[in-house]
Design a protein around this ligand. Structure first.
Ligand code: ATP
Ligand code: MG
Length: 456
């Protein structure tokens, strides 16, 4: 059932109940008031009659004469179509068409009068009566008034109430439908917005500017849609990156694996000279080494999580460990390493930071001429590796941290590179909540910084 139908149904039940109760209370009050007026008027008239009848000077002893006298008194007191006179159950006067005594016997008492309002043969009557003493005889005198007009007026009033109540209810429902339709319009807008998002249109936003609950709901909806859109685009980006990574990896693996297969097949299927055999074996060894380095870096990259344990460690120990690792590479390339640090300490994982700095220094060595110098520096909140080598072209600086990206691919590969070093360094920086900044100028040199968020 639609919300508007449900609200209108509830509202109509409530309004009908309210109209019915109000009408019933009003009608009851009017009816009571009219009856009270009728009783009061009847009492006034009846008390005059009673006074006239009960005011006797002579008391007759003969019962027949008594009855005649009382009949005379009553007849002279009022219109007889409203009065009855009875003695001991025998009516001396009765023009009302029924006997009122049985009704009056179980009535309310108001002073000396008994009265009742009751229906006889479908007509509403007011009956009022009392005992009149004449000598030792007790007569009952009663006055009966038809309340037909009052009854008819009440029926008309009830009819009017029903008509007015029904009209008010219909008018109210029409107005309520009109107001509700206008008020629920933003909910329909929200509903269609949610449907658009559910069907994949994540750019959908709700254009409702109100300061009430609906306005706040629309704002919350838009905030939620922003979050969903961002998450979806992050997921897409991640997915694309993963796909790209897999494509690049399979592409990178193709050449060495083919080379391994070809060389091993040659050795297995052909008779080759000693020199050719040696060349094939050295190619196999080279490619196997390359694959081993690649898989080591891949493993590091894959298992590196953001939940590493960072320990406050002195940079001097880190630099000592790094120098020890790269000393052979430096000697082979004829490059000098200068180290500059004081007593700085950083929150870090020593092994990961050593791996990152070794990667950076190996890159610096590869880019430097013999006799050049590579600097390893720690100051304030940063650690940096600087070289005076060939530099990185400006438009490629942003891409060198992408997995498998190499500026001079054939040269890098010849030097045993796989293009994963800087991708790994970037992940290590992220795990340390540090920013990796690359500054480079062609033929001048490159500086790569780890900028930690806080210097300790
Ligand atoms: P790997 O590190 O996996 O053995 P790699 O050194 O080629 O291989 P990265 O360390 O990721 O890969 O570096 C990516 C590319 O960025 C390198 O191929 C190189 O072209 C360029 N590069 C990195 N560091 C420097 C540097 N200090 N000077 C000049 N070019 C650099
Ligand atoms: Mg490298």
């Amino acid at each position: 059932m639609r919300l508007i139908t449900r609200i209108l149904l509830c509202a109509s039940v409530l309004i009908v109940a309210a109209v019915l109760i109000s009408c019933a209370l009003i009608l009851h009050a009017v009816d009571r008031q009219k009856r009270a007026d009728a009783i009061k008027s009847a009492e006034t008239d009846f008390s005059e009659i009673y006074y006239t009848i009960s005011n006797v000077n002579t008391v007759l002893s003969d019962p027949i004469l008594c009855d005649t006298y009382m009949t005379y008194k009553v007849k002279s007191a009022s219109h007889l179509d409203q009065l009855t006179l009875s003695y001991d159950g025998t009516y001396l006067i009765n023009n009302v068409g029924f006997t009122p005594e049985p009704f009056l016997s179980e009535t309310s008492e108001n002073g000396i009068y008994h009265y009742v309002i009751t229906r006889v043969g479908g007509t509403l009557y007011l009956m009022i009566g009392t005992d009149v003493y004449y000598g030792d005889r007790i007569y009952i005198i009663s006055m009966v008034r038809s309340l037909h007009e009052l009854d008819a007026a009440m029926r008309t009033l009830i009819l009017q109430c029903v008509v007015i109540g029904a009209s008010v209810t219909v008018l109210f429902l029409f107005l309520a439908w009109f107001i509700l339709s206008a008020s629920l319009k933003p909910i329909r807008t929200l509903q269609s917005g949610a449907q658009s998002i559910a069907s994949g249109d994540y750019g959908t936003r709700i254009d409702i500017h109100r300061k009430d609950e609906i306005g706040r709901l629309a704002d919350e909806f838009n905030t939620m849609a922003d979050a969903v859109e961002n998450s979806i685009s992050d997921l897409r980006e991640q997915n694309e990156r993963k796909q790209q990574f897999i494509n690049d990896l399979s592409h990178e693996m193709k050449t060495p694996v083919t080379s391994l297969l070809l060389n091993s097949e040659t050795l297995l299927t052909r008779t080759v000279s000693d020199a050719d055999r040696e060349r094939a074996l050295s190619r196999i060894h080279e490619q196997a080494e390359w694959i081993e380095r690649l898989s080591r870096k891949l493993m590091q990259l894959v298992v590196l999580s953001d939940q590493i344990e960072l320990v406050l460690s002195p940079v001097v120990s880190l630099f000592d460990a790094v120098r020890e690792t790269v000393v052979d590479s430096l000697d082979r390339a004829g490059v000098k390493l200068t180290v500059e640090c004081n007593d700085e300490t950083f929150l870090m994982d020593m092994n990961l930071m050593r791996s990152a700095l070794v990667n950076l220094i190996e890159n610096a060595i590869k880019a430097s001429e013999r006799g050049s110098t590579v600097e390893l520096i720690a100051r304030n909140n940063e650690i940096l590796v600087r070289d005076h080598g060939k530099g990185i072209p400006k438009d490629e600086v942003a891409r060198v941290t992408e997995p498998f990206y190499m500026v001079d691919r054939s040269r890098s590969k010849k030097l045993g590179g796989s293009g994963l070093g800087l991708a790994l360094v970037k992940r290590i920086a992220e795990a340390h909540h540090a920013e990796l900044v690359i500054e480079s100028e062609l033929n001048i040199g490159t500086s790569i910084f780890f900028r930690f968020s806080d210097a300790i």
